[in-house]
Design a protein around this ligand. Structure first.
Ligand code: ATP
Ligand code: MG
Length: 564
């Protein structure tokens, strides 16, 4: 490929809202352009990278017998009605009506479509398992599309769905997908971690995310420095916290605490560590048919993890309670003993004694509270955020935070959709049963951002060898000079004949401009045909290190050795 014949509209201008390097460089390097909020075009360079990423994904999936399909982007709303998601999915779901007034949805994910495809086509356990996938457009009307194609509204996803006759077989496939995804991300040249993820109301350890480590990542990951443990903050576990001090026994009694409501002030007032207080966090839970105030009780030294809280009650959403919602509540003095509204207590408080909590009466707290005695049968659940410095449940090591970009997600789904959509097979005994499913996603277009977030410098992109649009960029310093251009063309032809993916910058532009483009676009190597040719040399530049090496003109083997 020659630059002079290729559409690469690079620009010096930084897009206004581009905070992240990947967003800035992908636009400035002529890989993508923005059409509207969260909507992007892929230009020739971006298109090539996208196809390379897709090819690696496809190669590994096909190797383990996944079947590629292409489903419609527009999905009938009645399928979403049947699965119960039409109302629940929220504003991310883009709905519209056709000329016959029939409602449709732009697919944000394709469980409904895929289950409907398999339903009545796979009838017997003999035809299971099946794993079907597609690499296709998705649309989610994200509240805050940002960071370029990292969080777009229209984006490309690989979504796969497997169907099984037994739980064991689904878990086998889930493990196979974990292994396959690891191979894919390794091949792409990414530094990533597999983390335990939130499994929603389904629970269990059946959900894992693939996180590309990057400071700019939107997800906080909890990792253990001493072992392999890694989890999304929403799903992280820790060893139960030990009491920082021992406390003198207090008798269960009511204590006047006039005007003292924050944990800090109470801790100061009682001269007792925050660990021994029960803190109330009041939220409004949104269900299909109602809203309800719910109080979450955690230690005074902890913070509420909202996803864990949401999972503990199985609601659609949790939002902050308004002042109006709380007008009758003794705010600052709310405790679990004698409380009339629904409440959940953090699992780490189970069986604890000698605690202090609100008395549900303005200006009073209770001391000497023993949960074993007072609230043995209350609803307990894991509700707290794991903090840095907490201990790992696998090895006792110290837990730390790091940031990641979610590029993949695998999920043991079970029968949620097959039951809702009445998708069944006949087992060995001729009995009808719902399919047991797994789902597996990869953010294909997001991967371009993730690759650049992890591989860039202050000049531009640095593509990994597996994903770069071209491996080598031959830069003819002055394309108006016959000799330089002809050496460049010779080298270009020779490298092409050796199977090297090469582009020739034969544009009649200034040398500095062309080098700027090389650094911005981020091909792994440049070969400069310039001043040095009078001594019989070209220069090879490594984009990552920007180191230069002189190589004799015509020494193709040496060049091949460097770019190997
Ligand atoms: P996120 O938490 O980042 O919003 P998600 O958990 O909602 O993502 P999934 O439903 O698990 O996303 O979708 C599978 C994959 O699709 C994700 O792992 C991610 O890589 C990608 N993805 C999701 N939303 C977007 C988006 N708005 N733009 C680009 N890629 C996305
Ligand atoms: Mg996800």
């Amino acid at each position: 490929m020659k630059f002079s014949q290729f559409f690469i509209p690079t620009t010096k201008e930084k897009p206004k809202d581009a905070i992240l390097p990947s967003h800035q460089y992908l636009i400035r390097g002529g890989f993508i352009n923005q059409v509207s909020a969260g909507l992007y075009n892929f230009l020739p360079l971006g298109h090539i990278v996208l196809n390379k990423v897709k090819a690696i994904i496809k190669e590994e999936l096909d190797r383990v017998n996944c079947n590629e399909v292409t489903l419609g982007f527009v999905t009938p709303a009645h399928m979403w009605e049947e699965s119960g998601r039409l109302g629940k999915y929220g504003k991310e779901l883009l709905k519209f009506k056709d000329r016959k007034n029939i409602e449709f949805v732009l697919g944000p994910t394709h469980e409904e479509m895929m289950v409907n495809l398999v339903k009545n086509r796979v009838k017997s356990y003999k035809n299971l398992p099946v794993n079907l996938y597609q690499i296709n457009t998705k649309f989610r009307d994200e509240a805050r599309p940002r960071f370029g194609i990292l969080r777009g509204r229209e984006f490309l996803m690989k979504d796969g769905y497997s169907f099984h006759s037994s739980e064991d077989d689904m878990i086998r496939e889930f493990n196979l997908m974990q292994e396959t995804y690891s191979k894919i991300f390794k091949k792409l040249g990414l530094d990533f971690r597999i983390v335990e993820a939130d499994s929603g109301a389904i629970g269990g350890s059946g959900s894992k995310e693939f996180m590309v480590l990057a400071d700019s990542g939107e997800d906080t990951i909890v990792i253990c420095k001493s072992c392999e443990y890694a989890a999304n903050i929403e799903a992280a576990k820790r060893v139960k916290q030990e009491a920082p001090t021992t406390l003198p026994e207090a008798k269960f009694s009511k204590f006047k605490t006039e005007g003292i409501i924050t944990i800090e002030d109470l801790s100061e007032f009682f001269k007792v560590d925050k660990h021994f207080f029960i803190k109330a966090v009041i939220k409004k839970a949104i269900y299909d048919d109602r809203d309800e105030l719910i109080v979450f009780f955690i230690r005074g030294s902890d913070e509420l993890e909202e996803i864990k809280a949401l999972n503990s009650i199985g609601a659609n959403d949790l939002i902050d309670a308004t002042q109006d919602d709380l007008k009758d509540a003794p705010v600052g003095y709310i405790g679990p003993i004698g409380l009339n509204s629904k409440f959940i207590i953090d699992e780490e408080l189970r069986g604890e004694s000698n605690l202090i909590c609100g008395a549900n009466e303005i200006n009073y707290h209770l001391v000497g509270v023993d949960l074993n005695e007072h609230l043995k049968d209350a609803h307990y659940a894991d509700l707290t955020i794991v903090a840095e410095g907490d201990k790992c449940t696998c090895c006792g090591g110290v837990l730390h935070y790091t940031k990641g970009i979610e590029v993949g997600h695998i999920f043991q789904l079970g029968t949620k959709y097959s039951e809702a959509l009445d998708a069944n097979f006949l087992d060995e005994n001729g009995k009808s049963k719902p399919f047991i499913m797994g789902t597996y996603g990869i953010g294909v277009s997001r991967l371009l951002s993730a690759l650049i977030e992890q591989n860039h410098d202050d000049k531009g992109c640095i593509w990994t060898k597996a994903t770069t649009p071209f491996l080598v960029n031959i830069v003819v310093s002055n394309a108006k000079k016959e000799e330089e251009l002809s050496i460049g063309i010779d080298l270009y032809e020779n490298l092409k004949n050796k199977g090297v993916n090469v582009i020739l910058d034969d544009r009649k532009e200034r040398f500095g401009f062309k080098m700027g483009d090389f650094e911005l676009i981020g091909f792994p190597y440049a070969i400069i045909i310039g001043k040095k040719i009078k001594d019989g040399f070209v220069e090879v530049i490594d984009r990552k290190t920007l180191e230069k090496q002189e190589v004799e003109i015509g020494n193709l083997d040496k060049i091949l050795e460097i770019i190997e």
